[in-house]
Design a protein around this ligand. Structure first.
Ligand code: ADP
Length: 513
């Protein structure tokens, strides 16, 4: 649930839940107390009337006893002169928080509860007072509120007698008071429970993931990029945690790439210094020989000078290759892709190379198994560099007075596969996986007189990858080597754009016929 809805929900919970719980508990409390009232006062009804009109209860509490008194006053008033009978009635009333007071003329002859009586003794109505005929009696307020019922009768000697039934309003129906207290306590409890539920819910949804995020940020600040977080929620905070996790992975990758780059730079520097040091040492040695007069005849001097020249040339081509590699590696070499007929392009290349190879006694063969109108998408200059590097290696590592180099094109779905196969010395199995690494030279080539930087195939790999293709090698020592690479066929622009984002520039594409 997102944060907005969570807050809306909290608002509803804080309003609806206490109301529902209050209604439920209120209902339970009332039912329980009504039952209790019914049992205590022996009432036959159990309705809300008790709560809404408690005077009803007060009336009913003493109704039985009062009715008996009334009947006796009308039919057999002399029985009311019997104090024993009065005491009996009084003790019956006491259970109902009530008591009797009997007056004969102006004299009080019986008081059921002296303490309560003292608060009303001055307010007792006179004989034959009509106000007490009100159904349910009259209410005497004050410090100790009392409900009073009055029954007049005549003594046998003619004296005016009155029996008062007084009910202590304060103490009657304690269940009502208890209900009020219970309702207040329940309401406070409900509020506390609702608040607790809300806090737990909000804590789980907001505070907990925020704490996870806080911890992860701290770890990241301290340089620990391996501390991953996972929060299972779809709200804004869950999204934030997901974004944070993505950012951590991205940052980690960037740092790894940076570290790899720094490592590569160090390695590159040490390779460069090593590869430059070898011809430099030779140049220095031969130059010292000349200075020290070791080259004491013209032939020797000539040989020394020629060696110095060759080594300087080696250094120069190494520096050239290095600078090219550096530019290709940094992607600062611009690529101009064009759509060109694959057969035309390779025919031209083979023509260009055949003369050079012929001089070296190497036969160049060309076989095209791809449809003649097939078009490929390439940077013609960069791909020429690749072909030159591969064919150059075939010549360099031929190791025989004569040999063959074969260029073969085959169809491979979306790609054209180009295989350049030579009949040279081959590459040892252990060297084969490494020949595309920069500065890698197989032991056999290192020890040979053939110059080389170990960058030719690394450059080829980089260029082919920029074309969206692959490059690999097959070789057998003593039999020959095949370097195979793929280039992309031109089908339709949309298809190429999908596969090869670099071509997205689209505008740079030219069709060469
Ligand atoms: P290099 O400047 O040494 O030729 P490359 O990157 O072009 O560097 O080649 C890397 C290594 O692969 C070479 O040193 C050589 O040992 C091996 N190699 C490449 N092509 C061939 C081949 N056609 N025949 C035999 N070995 C080869």
């Amino acid at each position: 649930m997102d944060l907005k809805n969570r807050l809306k929900m909290s608002f509803l919970i804080i309003i609806i839940l206490p109301i529902c719980l209050a209604i439920m508990t209120g209902k339970l409390i009332i039912e329980y107390q009504l039952n209790s009232i019914q049992k205590t006062y022996d009432m036959e009804f159990n309705t809300m009337q008790v709560i809404t009109n408690p005077i009803q209860i007060l009336n009913r509490v003493t109704r039985d006893v009062f009715n008996r008194i009334k009947t006796k006053a009308m039919k057999t008033p002399w029985e009311l002169e019997d104090l024993e009978y009065i005491k009996e009635l009084n003790s019956e009333l006491q259970e109902k928080y009530s008591f009797l007071v009997v007056r004969k003329d102006e004299e009080i002859i019986f008081v059921g509860n002296a303490a309560k009586y003292s608060s009303v003794k001055n307010n007792l109505p006179s004989y034959n007072n009509h106000s007490t005929e009100v159904d349910g009696g009259i209410y005497l307020g004050g410090k100790n509120p009392i409900l009073l019922k009055q029954q007049d009768f005549l003594y046998q000697d003619g004296s005016k007698g009155t029996i008062f039934v007084l009910t202590d309003v304060d103490n009657v129906v304690p269940q009502l008071k208890a209900s009020a207290v219970q309702a207040v306590i329940s309401f406070v409890l409900i509020i506390i429970i609702t608040a607790f539920i809300l806090i737990v819910w909000l804590y789980r949804g907001i505070i907990k993931p925020l704490n996870v995020l806080k911890r992860a940020t701290k770890e990241m600040k301290e340089g620990n990029l391996n501390y991953s977080i996972s929060v299972n929620s779809n709200d804004e905070i869950g999204q934030l945690c997901e974004d944070f996790e993505e950012m951590r992975i991205h940052l980690k990758e960037l740092i790894e790439v940076k570290m790899q780059y720094e490592e590569n730079s160090r390695e590159l520097l040490s390779n460069i210094s090593h590869d430059l040091k070898t011809p430099l040492t030779a140049i220095k040695g031969y130059a010292e020989g000349i200075i020290d007069g070791v080259a004491d005849n013209p032939q020797k001097l000539d040989r020394y000078v020629k060696t110095i020249y060759t080594k300087a040339n080696d250094m120069s081509s190494l520096v050239d290759e290095l600078s090219l590699y550096a530019r290709i590696d940094n992607n600062t070499v611009p690529y101009n892709f064009s759509i060109i007929g694959v057969d035309d392009y390779f025919c031209d290349c083979v023509d260009e190379l055949s003369f050079e190879l012929e001089i070296k006694n190497i036969k160049l063969e060309y076989e095209n198994l791809v449809a003649t109108d097939c078009k490929v998408i390439i940077d013609t200059e960069q791909l020429k560099r690749v072909i030159h590097n591969i064919v150059g290696n075939a010549v360099k590592y031929m190791g025989k007075p004569e040999g063959t180099v074969k260029v073969k094109l085959t169809d491979s779905g979306d790609m054209v596969e180009v295989e350049i196969e030579d009949s040279g010395c081959g590459i040892a199995e252990k060297d084969l996986p490494n020949i595309f690494e920069r500065f890698y030279r197989a032991d056999a080539s290192r020890n040979s007189k053939q110059g080389g930087s170990g960058l030719g195939l690394a450059i080829a790999k980089k260029v082919i990858e920029e074309h969206g293709g692959n490059i690999w090698a097959k070789s057998e020592v003593g039999v020959g080597t095949s370097i195979i690479f793929t280039i992309m066929k031109w089908t339709d622009k949309e298809h190429i754009e999908k596969k090869f984002s670099k071509i997205k520039k689209g505008l740079e594409l030219q069709v060469k016929d």
